[in-house]
Ligand binder design. Sequence first.
Ligand code: NAD
Length: 307
Amino acid sequence: VELERLGIQQSVDAIFPPAELATDLSVLPVEVTVVDEAEIAGCDAVVTRNHFEALFDVEWVHSTQAGVDRFPLEAFAEAGVALTNSTGIHGRTVGETVAGYLLAFARRLHDQLASATERRWERPAWDEAFTLPGTTACVVGTGTLGRGIADVIGSLGVETVGVRRSDEPLPEFEAMYAVADLERAIADADFVIAAVPLTETTRGLFGAAAFERMRSEAYFVNVARGAVVDEPALIDALEAGQIAGAALDVFETEPLPEASPLWEMDEVVVTPHAAAYTRDYYRDVGELVRDNVGRLERGEALANRVV
Ligand code: NAD
C-alpha cells in the first residue's frame, strides 16, 4: 500500500472532534485531512466510525471502534480493502465504567440520584446497600474489555471468573469456563457482565434460559453490543423479578427508543453507548493509526487487522 492521502471521516465526531485526530496525525509523512462522504474516494486510507460504500475504493480502512459488526466484512474482503479496528484501547475506560455500575448498585447511588432529581431525601432500606468485597462476577468475553473489567473490579474486591471459547485460564480471572458452559458459569454470580463481540455465535447469547439461570439477587451488565442479548427476554426477566437489575450501555436499537420500558425501571441503569468515552480517545486511536502507518512503510503486516 502506497499511502499518500489519509482521510479522517467526519463520522468520528460522534466520539471526538475530527480535527484533534488530524492534528495528532500531522507528524506522519502523508497528507492528513478531514473528509466528508464525497471525499472518501480521493483517499488511500480512511479512519472512520461509520460504514460508507465509498470505502470500497480505498486501500485501508481503520475503525475507531473495537466492534466491527456494522461493517460488511465479506464485501471488504471481496473488494480487497484492509480493515483494522480499535481493539486494545478500551480496557481501562470500560473497566472503570463497569466498576461504576457495580458501585452504583452496591451503594444504591442510582436510586439516591433518582430521588435527588425530585428533591426527595430518601435513604435506602436497611438491607439494600452492600459492599463489593466478597461478591462475585462472571465476565463473558475475555479480550481487552473482559480483562480490563476484571482488573478494575478485582481491585475493588470482586472475585471474577471468565467465560471464553476455550476454558484455558488467564491471570486476570480466578476461574475460566468455556462458552458451552455459560449457564453453569453465571449461576452463582452476583454480576453477569457481557463483553463479547457481536458475531453469528454470540447473537442472542443472553436469552430467557440465561436469565432463568441467574440468581434473583444478581445484576446483568451489557457493555458489548445490544444484539448479544434477547432484549424482550431481558425485559421479561426484570419485570418478573427473575434478576435484580441491569446496567446497559448498548441496545438492539440505538438511541434507545423513548417508548422502551427500560428507561423507567428503578433497577436499570441506561447509559448512551458511552462506556469507552474518554477525552484521550483520539490520542489512543492516533497511536494505533501511527503504528500501522509505520508498519506499512516497513512492509510489515497491519496490527488489529480484521479483514
Ligand atoms: P477483543 O477483540 O479484545 O476481545 C474480544 C474477545 O471475545 C476475544 O478474546 C475473543 O476471543 C472473544 N470471543 C469471540 N467470540 C466469542 C464467543 N463466541 N464466545 C466467547 N468469547 C468470544 O475486543 P474488545 O476490545 O474486548 O471488545 C469486545 C467487544 O465489546 C467489541 O467487539 C465491541 O462490540 C464491544 N465494545 C463496546 C464498547 C462500548 O462502548 N460499550 C467499547 C469497546 C468495545
